[in-house]
Design a binder for this molecule. Structure first.
Ligand code: ZN
Length: 241
């Protein structure tokens, strides 16, 4: 089975569309949360996601919109965008976000937004934090998002974890050991590369392929301006941070 893995779409419909087009064929869409927040098209992104066979989990921004997290824990721009999203989101789409389970497990793979230990909030930026999370998932592989930076954490037999950069369009077969992978962010990449980031997974081969694809950033920025979303959130998209 071929899964398209997306994370942190953040209501950026242009970026999400570019990813779907670039991925061409897949059997299932797996979404690692933060479908909304920051960007200008939350309803459109939820509708597009739901038009595919998909497995999705919520992120901290999705929970912020629902009032399941205190917005005082967000920075000022994120809070402003989240409040705008609350007004923009219809009841039906809000219910969809509210019903998503915090973690999912399919075969050899666990899905969590932040980390398997604290799925909504914990950032896996470093190998040391990834190592602390090994006891919190039962599968060989865990897929996470939240940092908006693609990375592979691999554990050796002694559970020592190292971090590795992922090469674009070079499928990596992970048939042994335990690993945590981050596909990066569709709608707001933060690794200095403005292109949308995603991953293709073959669940039989256990192969994982990072991909990047350019999208019309200026169109998303125009829509954000129309909605008077914070200026810093608009300018950061073209810089990829
Ligand atoms: Zn995010």
């Amino acid at each position: 089975m071929r899964a398209l893995v997306v994370s942190d779409i953040h209501a950026n419909l242009e970026a999400f569309r570019a990813v779907l087009e670039d991925a061409t064929s897949f059997d299932e869409l797996w979404c690692l949360g933060d479908i909304v927040g920051y960007g200008p098209e939350p309803n459109g992104c939820i509708d597009l996601l739901r038009s595919f066979e998909h497995l999705s989990i919520p992120g901290n921004h999705d929970w912020g919109v629902l009032g399941k997290l205190d917005l005082d824990d967000f920075n000022a721009d994120a809070r402003a965008a989240n409040l705008w999203t609350r007004d923009a989101l219809t009841t039906n789409r809000r219910r969809f976000l509210d019903e998503l389970p915090e973690k999912r497990e399919m075969g050899d793979v666990t899905l969590a937004h932040g980390s398997p230990r604290y799925p909504i909030w914990e950032y896996l930026l470093y190998a040391s934090t990834a190592a602390l999370n090994l006891p919190y998932y039962a599968t060989r592989i865990c897929l996470v998002g939240h940092t908006h930076v693609p990375v592979l954490f691999s554990a050796d037999d002694d559970d020592h974890v190292d971090a590795y950069a992922l090469e674009e369009r070079k499928p990596l077969v992970l048939r042994s050991g335990r690993h945590i992978l981050n596909p990066g962010s569709v709608g707001q990449p933060r690794d200095g590369d403005a292109r949308a980031s995603y991953m293709l997974v073959d669940t039989e081969l256990l192969s994982f392929e990072l991909r990047r694809v350019a999208y019309p950033v200026a169109r998303t920025q125009d829509r954000m301006r129309e909605q008077h979303l914070p200026a810093r959130l608009i300018s950061r998209l073209e810089l990829g941070w």
